[in-house]
Design a protein around this ligand. Structure first.
Ligand SMILES: NC(=O)c1ccc[n+]([C@@H]2O[C@H](COP(=O)([O-])OP(=O)(O)OC[C@H]3O[C@@H](n4cnc5c(N)ncnc54)[C@H](OP(=O)(O)O)[C@@H]3O)[C@@H](O)[C@H]2O)c1
Length: 290
């Protein structure tokens, strides 16, 4: 049995991870900013601001975790671009505070945004972030690598899954609510991703913990899809009208922040070492609404 500290526990992945790990034999301490927004479960909750060194030192000393899973981040690329100092503090300095003050096995949740075009990318691909969010996550990866403590880096892509009360609805729910209301939606078809079902990341992280597996792992989905294909699959799985979904190009929605058109991650290393086998996107969508 290990004592596991999960950061960003009020966030989408953090909530799912906390609930998934609290069902294992491990002792789970969940931490996030402010009051606990998690559903009930077998975990303790500690509030902490991770950019504050003193608070982090206190947290680590009091919890004394064997494993830290660091999911907390400023995860919105547009916000990172506008407020770069905050982004560096939340994504890089918070990571440094946590890893510096601990002896724990450190699992850092990174992103496909550390890579550029020409995906899907393997763990051996050269990083080439296209925006400041990706740069900050890559800087944090380097902080983790350079401390010479045991670590794993996990990179998911476009996480989706069940949304609990109090969580902000994501893309799938946006598609569902619009189509149910009979509204037409425009979705881009000239981008590719390997969307990740949140329970698959949780299972992959449990395997990393059980095997004490180190290095980088791409815990993504197995299907390479455009957002348009994702919307159509969602509609098909939910029995909604696919003709309401209009296929458009990225030019329809000019974005302030550059994002890769051909992104996505290859999962062979995770398959070989961890026995990671994600569900198909259609299966993930079905499970998200059960
Ligand atoms: N979502 C995706 O599609 C995706 C894809 C690839 C990688 N990732 C990575 O996966 C991780 C989790 O993503 P997510 O979507 O679950 O993020 P999220 O929903 O935005 O949750 C992040 C959580 O971290 C907390 N947090 C941020 N800065 C903090 C700080 N300084 N001190 C304490 N808590 C802090 C936030 O607190 P507040 O609630 O108070 O803001 C929030 O609860 C991130 O590292 C992200 O970069 C996400």
């Amino acid at each position: 049995m290990s004592k596991i500290l999960i950061t960003g526990a009020n966030g989408f992945l953090g909530q799912h991870l906390t609930i998934a790990l609290s069902k294992t034999e491990n002792e789970v301490v969940a931490t996030s900013r402010g009051a606990c927004r998690l559903p009930e479960g077998k975990y303790q909750y500690r509030s902490a601001e991770l950019t504050n060194k003193t608070e982090v030192e206190q947290l680590i000393n009091e919890v004394n975790p064997d494993i830290i899973i660091h999911t907390a981040a400023l995860s919105k690329p547009d916000e990172c671009n506008i407020n770069r100092e905050l982004c560096l503090n939340e994504n890089v300095e918070a990571t440094r505070n946590l890893i510096t003050h601990s002896k724990a096995f450190f699992i850092y949740v990174s992103t496909d945004f550390i890579f550029g075009e020409d995906g899907p990318h393997a763990e051996t691909a050269l990083p080439a972030p296209l925006n400041f969010y990706g740069e900050s996550k890559l800087m944090a990866e380097k902080v983790v690598e350079e401390t010479n403590k045991p670590y794993a880096i996990v990179r998911p892509v476009f996480i989706y899954g069940k949304v609990w009360p109090g969580m902000r609805p994501g893309f799938l729910h946006w598609v569902k609510s619009n189509l149910e209301a009979g509204k037409r939606i425009k979705v881009v078809s000239d981008q590719q991703r390997t969307p990740t079902y949140v329970n698959d990341i949780c299972k992959g992280i449990v395997s990393i913990i059980n095997m004490k597996a180190t290095g980088a792992f791409h815990l993504a989905g197995k299907d390479i899809l455009s957002p348009y294909q994702m919307a159509v699959t969602t509609a098909e799985v939910l029995g909604l009208d696919t003709s309401l979904i209009e296929n458009v190009t990225s030019e329809t929605f000019p974005e302030p922040v550059k994002r890769a058109k051909r992104s996505g991650l290859l999962i062979e290393r995770a398959r070989t070492i961890l026995g990671y086998e994600p569900v198909s996107f259609a299966e993930g969508v079905k499970a998200s609404f059960e």
